[in-house]
Design a protein around this ligand. Structure first.
Ligand code: C2E
Ligand code: CA
Ligand code: CA
Length: 690
């Protein structure tokens, strides 16, 4: 039962109770009034009867009294008449009911005692009145009349009947009227209640219109305002949760929901489509050089290109018969990561083509604020499956493919299970590497570098090795790329550099100094605090900076020569030597190279290998490099020297240093220390012999 129903019932009950109480009060009052009236009339009549009897006796008509009494007592409205003397003895008595004799006797004695009229009423409601018989001022006896029930009764109650009827009717009429008014009064409350319930269940509702002109209207207005605010906040929250604020593209959460929803709707497995995840690698490189406002603008421009290119490629792929609901959707996943879902793609071959078209379009240089820019996009593709995998898993697959795409010639890769296995293996290796770093399993091994002028080991190249607890040794080719990818290269390089500098300082203290060469990865070189970091390590190890040589590959140094110059300057000032590693592999111009303050050029192993094949061109290049180095006053190291002929060839052309298996592969610190000790012993022995 609603609030209105309960209120109506309550009011009706209240009205009924009031009516009942009023009726009872009136009834009781009427009863009392009627009784009083009876007494007065009966007493009056009895007194007059007594007076009449007295005057009849006085006038000498005492003889007719018995017959008069008899006639009177025969009347229906009188039960008994009785005349008694002062002692209560019957003078004359008439009446049918023998039990009344006792009553008249009792009354007579009471009147005789009190001297005035007395009234008696029985439970059966008859009325008996006794009045004194007074003759010549003397009480001579008592006259008694007994009246049957309800004689002289004032029927006030009957008179009140219309009132009661009115009250009853009023009550009956009042109930529906009261219910109606109560209903009407609280109807807005009902409406508000229903409205609130609706809002609670569905979260939103059309505004509630109440025109009551009272608090209800105000309340409804407040309700509407509240709901309006709630709706706006919900929309804002959804926007924050699902829309990228810079590009206004949906974010990853939204994309995943959308793809999941569309997969549910797909009617056939072929309608599942494909997910493409893009990474804009060039953007990642450019972004740190821009102020925040320009960076946002560039991201917007990149997103615009993605949306435009997707629309074009998607339109070309879709035939006219496919509706707009199967158009491709774009999203921004992260800083430089975007995604496309193309529901119209039906096969991995189509997906690869779609990805390729998009990547090519995205990598076309474009004008941005007067610069020619390219996004450097690569693309990972995963086919969506209607059953089984959710959008989450599909995007994960596309990301696995994206990792592989970074090194793929087309910069596009479609996900396969084997890619997944490789990715899992990489993750496992990465986890193991983290543990290994904590357990100090990464060590510097040392490959001797021979000074061709003296024929002695005067330098060493520190090469990273992972020495597992079971003594197996893992080479850097297996873990350096992954370390660079996962960001572990920082701590790893620090560990190797510190180890190498530490050992070099120790050997120098023992009178066996070597120039220590340490490799620098591209990622380390990207850090602006690189020089500070290196100098700190050298200082910690207690190695003079001039004993340290940093090997930087040609491609890293030449990526941004101006920046390289800036980074290198403090190191040069401190006396650290710098070597260009793997020289001849890159395509840097010699002119550009001459602008960078290097001390050493390391000729890449491939030229020594080429010598073995009798490659005349390699010979020419080696001679050119040596000539150039001579001009620039640089020292030259030949790597990969495995045979005596190589060493002789290099020595004959003025090369300063050689390293390679001819003199020894990289060995542990203990073994290298032993080599140095032996060399020092031979040195002192030959000195003695001299
Ligand atoms: P890299 O700097 O060019 O090092 C020379 C590589 O050639 C080393 O391989 C060395 O063992 C190998 N080698 C030396 N002499 C010969 C020879 O006569 N014949 C042949 N065939 N190979 C020779 P490794 O130790 O496997 O290192 C491979 C690469 O890993 C290094 O190439 C370097 O780029 C990188 N690497 C090694 N240690 C580190 C490190 O601590 N930090 C960084 N960033 N990279 C490192
Ligand atoms: Ca090297
Ligand atoms: Ca090298």
């Amino acid at each position: 039962m609603g609030l209105a129903g309960r209120a109506a019932l309550f009011v009706a009950a209240l009205l009924l109770l009031t009516a009942a109480m009023a009726t009872a009060t009136v009834w009781y009052g009427a009863e009392r009034e009627s009784e009083r009236h009876q007494h007065i009339v009966a007493r009056d009549l009895t007194t007059r009867f007594a007076e009449t009897v007295a005057s009849m006796i006085n006038d000498g008509y005492g003889a007719v009294l018995p017959s008069m009494l008899e006639r009177m007592a025969a009347r229906d409205d009188i039960r008994r008449l009785s005349l008694r003397d002062r002692q209560g003895r019957i003078i004359a008595e008439q009446g049918d009911n023998p039990e009344d004799v006792g009553v008249s006797t009792q009354l007579a004695s009471r009147v005789n005692a009190s001297g005035h009229a007395e009234v008696l009423r029985s439970a059966k409601r008859w009325l008996a009145v006794g009045a004194p018989l007074v003759l010549n001022g003397q009480r001579v006896g008592v006259a008694v009349i007994i009246w049957p029930p309800n004689q002289f009764r004032l029927d006030a109650l009957l008179a009140l009947a219309p009132l009661f009827l009115f009250l009853g009717c009023f009550t009956l009429a009042a109930i529906p009227v009261a219910v109606h008014f109560v209903r009407k009064a609280i109807a807005p409350l009902d409406e508000l209640t229903r409205f609130a319930e609706k809002v609670a269940q569905h979260g939103g509702a059309a505004p509630l219109i109440l025109r009551t002109g009272d608090e209800f209207e105000t309340l409804a207005g407040a309700f509407n305002q509240m709901i309006g605010r709630l709706d706006a906040s919900t929309r804002r929250i959804q926007e924050i949760a699902f829309i990228d604020p810079v590009t206004q593209l949906p974010n990853q959460d939204w994309f995943l929901r959308d793809v999941d929803f569309r997969l549910l709707q797909a009617k056939a497995p072929a309608e599942a489509g494909a997910v493409f995840v893009f990474e804009f690698q060039r953007l990642a490189k450019i972004m740190p050089t821009l102020d925040p406002e320009a960076a946002r603008d560039l991201i917007k421009a990149a997103a615009g290109r993605l949306v435009g290119a997707t629309r074009t490629v998607d339109r070309a792929v879709r035939s006219q018969t496919i509706g707009d609901d199967r158009a491709a959707a774009t999203a921004r996943f992260g800083a430089f990561e975007f995604a496309v879902y193309a529901p119209a793609i039906t096969s991995p071959a189509d997906a690869a083509r779609f990805g390729q078209h998009l990547t090519v379009a995205l990598n076309q240089p474009f004008d941005w604020r007067g610069h020619k820019l390219s996004l450097g996009a690569c693309c990972g593709v995963a086919m969506a499956q209607r059953e089984g995998k959710g959008a989450d898993a599909i995007v994960r697959h596309a990301r696995v493919a994206l990792c592989a795409a970074q090194t793929a010639p087309t910069r596009v890769k479609v996900f396969t299970q084997s890619l997944d296995r490789e990715a899992i293996a990489r993750v496992t290796l990465e986890r193991e590497m983290r543990g290994a770093l904590e357990r100090n399993e990464f060590r510097a091994y040392f490959q001797p570098k021979i000074n061709l002028a003296t024929g002695r080991i005067e330098g060493a190249e520190a090469l990273a090795r992972w020495v597992r607890p079971d003594r197996t040794i893992i080479g850097p080719q297996r873990f350096i790329p992954l370390a660079e990818e996962s960001g572990l290269i920082g701590p790893l390089s620090d560990a190797i550099m510190l180890d190498a500098c530490w050992k070099a300082a120790g050997w120098a203290r023992k009178g066996m100094p070597v120039k220590m060469a340490v490799n620098v990865s591209a990622l380390q070189f990207r850090d602006d605090r690189f020089a500070d970091h290196v100098l700190q390590i050298v200082q910690r190890a207690g190695l003079p900076p001039s004993s340290l040589e940093l090997e930087i590959t040609e491609s890293v140094a030449m990526e941004d020569p101006a920046r390289a110059l800036r980074l290198i300057a403090p190191l040069r000032a401190a006396g650290v030597r710098l070597a260009i590693d793997d020289f001849g592999c890159g395509h840097s111009s010699l002119a550009a190279l001459s602008k960078l303050p290097f001390d050493v050029i390391k000729i890449d192993q491939q030229f020594i290998r080429a010598l073995d094949r009798g490659d005349a061109q390699a010979e020419v290049i080696i001679e050119l490099i040596l000539a150039l180095a001579g001009k620039l006053n640089l020292e030259v190291v030949a790597e990969g020297v495995e045979r005596r002929e190589h060493a002789d060839f290099m020595a004959a052309r003025g090369c300063h240093w050689v390293q390679g298996f001819l003199y020894g592969a990289a060995v542990s610190a203990a073994d290298f220390s032993e080599m140095l000790r032996k060399q020092a012993g031979e040195g002192s022995a030959s000195a003695h012999a001299a």
